[in-house]
Each structure stands twice: as structure tokens, then as C-alpha cells.
Design a protein around this ligand. Sequence first.
Ligand code: ZN
Ligand code: ZN
Length: 336
Amino acid sequence: MIESKFGRRDSRGNYKPYKRVGYPPIFIWPVQPLAAVKWIMSIPGYFLPWNTLYVSIGLIAWFFLSPPLESYANPSIKLTLLIFLRNSFLVTLYFGAFHYRLYIKRAQNTEYKFNLRWPSKNSKQFMFNNQNIDNIILTFFSGVTTWTAFELGILWVAANNFIEVISIDQNIFYFISMIFLIHFWRDLHFYVIHRLIHFQPLYSIAHRIHHKNTNPGPWSGLAMHPIEHLFYFSCVLAYLIFPFHPAFVIITLVHAGLSPAPGHAGFDRINFRNGKSFDADSYAHYLHHKYFECNYADGILPLDQWFGTLHDGSKEAHERLRKRLKEKSRLKIKNR
Ligand SMILES: [Zn+2]
Ligand SMILES: [Zn+2]
């Protein structure tokens, strides 16, 4: 197996990459301007592949797969249905592609798969005892519905001139800058809401549902309680306070709606047909699903490092996590 080039299996068969969870050289001290520019321009880097992919899908969705902004002034049932179907189509295609290749066709079997087990088909935790069915139901009924509601709501505000819409011609620099800042904003927003929903009672009521996926697959990505979906897609509310273009909303929602698929792939690397493979960028978040109390952020901002919750996959990081949890439960008992 080529997987031994990138990692190894422990005695239980769990795959551990040799690489450590780390951050690009942009927010680290001392500053490394040359390394930062190199990273921004390289593949993988800031733009390619993921950021550019979501920006492109978002631009296509707004300019070619959306009705004009005026239609959002009085949303009809037909418009609501159209937007729901467009978003469902994107989710089906994107999540479905990862799921089909890795879990139905099993194109690389368990190569680079963190956990050797396949999604559960007989656990009482899940609807119909089936992890994938449970996840798919939550994704569409709650996830895509909430995504669609946020889109309709904010574009309703814009279409009724409650906020001013900018023209691209007169604000081209601003337009492009905002689009490429979306990734940073989503990282920051996700970290803040993720920390928040790990507190009680939000955890027990809502986030617990996402964490049923201790062995995640692509469909685990958007499998959340409706309350968590409200928090999660609220990233788009930022545009109510910035000079606004509808494409910002669509790109941000596409980024939030689609990026969880590779992030929960359950595989460290995904093979191409030619035998080469690419990093699915899912290790940090896989560790969060496995150990819960670490790696709340999932991106390029070193927030976990700053706040002492980073698990980089090493033995030392695991020891630090163990100590932190021990201290937490000691304090809990003391405060009872
Ligand atoms: Zn997750
Ligand atoms: Zn969590």
C-alpha cells in the first residue's frame, strides 16, 4: 500500500499521517513575508484548489443559476422552490461525488481511511439505524432549508433597498477583495460559533447530533441539528453591515454549504485514477470528531494554537489534551 509513504496504522488499524496539523506561514511569529507570498500562490495554497473552487461555484450560481435580484423582493413559492432545488443540486453533486467514489465504489478501499470501519448501518443512535441515511436527512431537510432561508432573507433585504447594492464596474477592487476574504471570515466565524455550541446546554441540545459521527464520512459534514444550522449559516449576516453585492452572499453560503464534504471525507488523501493523490485537508477536523475537545477551528487561522486547543496528531499534543480534560473534570467535580 502506498499509504505507508504518508502515514502508518496503529495497533487498532487507525491511520495516522506522519504530517502534523499546522498552519500556513501567514499568522505566525516571526513574520515570514516571502514564505507567505509563496504559500498564497502555490498549490495547495490560499487560492488553489479549494477557495477558488467555492468562489467559482458561487459566481456561477449567482450569475447563471439565480433569478435577478428584483425577484427576491417578494419571494414566491416558485422562487423558494427553485433556490432550494439549486442548492440541493449543488449538495447532491458535490457530497455525492465524494460519497460515490469513496464509499459506494470504494475506489481506494481503505487506503488513507482514518478508521477502518465503514459508516454504521445498525446503530440505534441514527434514524433508521443508518448513519448515512440519518446524515442525508439532516443535510437536506434542515441544512439546505436553512441555507435557502438565509439566502432568501438577505437578498429580500437587498431587493427591497433596505441595504445598498454596489455595482461591480465601479467597485471592482472591492468586489474581488471581499470575495477572497470570505475564506478568512468563514474560518473566524466557524471557530466562534463552534466554541459556543460546545457549551451546555447548546451542546446537549444541538451540537451532540453532529458529534454522533465519531467516524465521519462526507455526508456527516452538514448533518447538524437545525439550531446548529442557524448558527452555522449565520456567517452570511456579516454582509448586512458591509457595502453589499448579492454574489458575496451566494459565495459565502456555497463555501459554508459545500466545504464540509471533503472536510469530513474520513480519508486523509484521495487518489486520482493515475495513482497520484491529494490531501483532503480533513485530518484536523477528524481529530475533533475523534476527541471532541480540540481543533475547534478548521482552516488557516491558528486559533486553536492561540487558545491552547490544538491537537496536531502528535503524542505530546495528545498528552496535553488528556491533562486538559482531567483538569476540566476535576473542576467540574469541585464545583458540584
Ligand atoms: Zn464536523
Ligand atoms: Zn464540535
